[in-house]
Design a protein around this ligand. Structure first.
Ligand code: FES
Length: 152
């Protein structure tokens, strides 16, 4: 529970595991908006721990700051976001997450096989990508981008 008057930046850093400089950076980017104490010091509310935790994990999962900023525009200013506020933004986030999960599953499942990248360096390539036929569908590791063998 945030102490009356709010958390200091040091307390927020301790609980989130973020550096104070990172918290200030996220403030510059509009992802967190502290109040000020009478002496001008930043004061954060408990809900800011959740905001910054969400930012930290999203970045670890490869989401850009721009994607996170866009998502956070759906959160209310000037009041603590409620469950329904978070549910509302999580809907659009879920789609991106599902796409990333699908790509990670493809990578996990195809890592030791032919990924359709054009290298033709594995025995499996002769079977799954003879003469790099899959390259006709575009650049990159086609089987990690969702293409399936065959159908040429
Ligand atoms: S792994 Fe590169 S073409 Fe098969």
């Amino acid at each position: 529970m945030a102490p009356k008057g709010g958390l200091t930046i040091g307390q927020l850093a301790a609980r989130t595991g973020l550096a104070v400089s990172a918290i200030r950076f996220y403030e510059e980017k509009g992802l967190v908006n502290p109040d000020r104490s009478e002496t001008g010091q930043r004061r954060y509310e408990g809900a800011d721990i959740r905001r910054l935790s969400f930012v930290m994990i999203s970045q670890k999962l490869g989401f850009s700051l721009a994607e996170i900023q866009k998502l956070f525009r759906g959160l209310p200013d000037g009041r603590t976001p409620t469950k329904s506020d978070w549910s509302r933004i999580s809907k659009s986030f879920r789609t991106s997450l599902d796409a990333r999960i699908h790509q990670m599953e493809l990578l996990r499942d195809k890592l030791d096989g032919c990924i359709g990248c054009g290298c033709l360096s594995l025995t499996a390539c002769a079977l799954y990508n003879p003469d790099d036929r899959i390259g006709d569908r575009g650049a990159g590791p086609r089987y990690l981008l969702g293409d399936e063998p065959g159908g040429d």
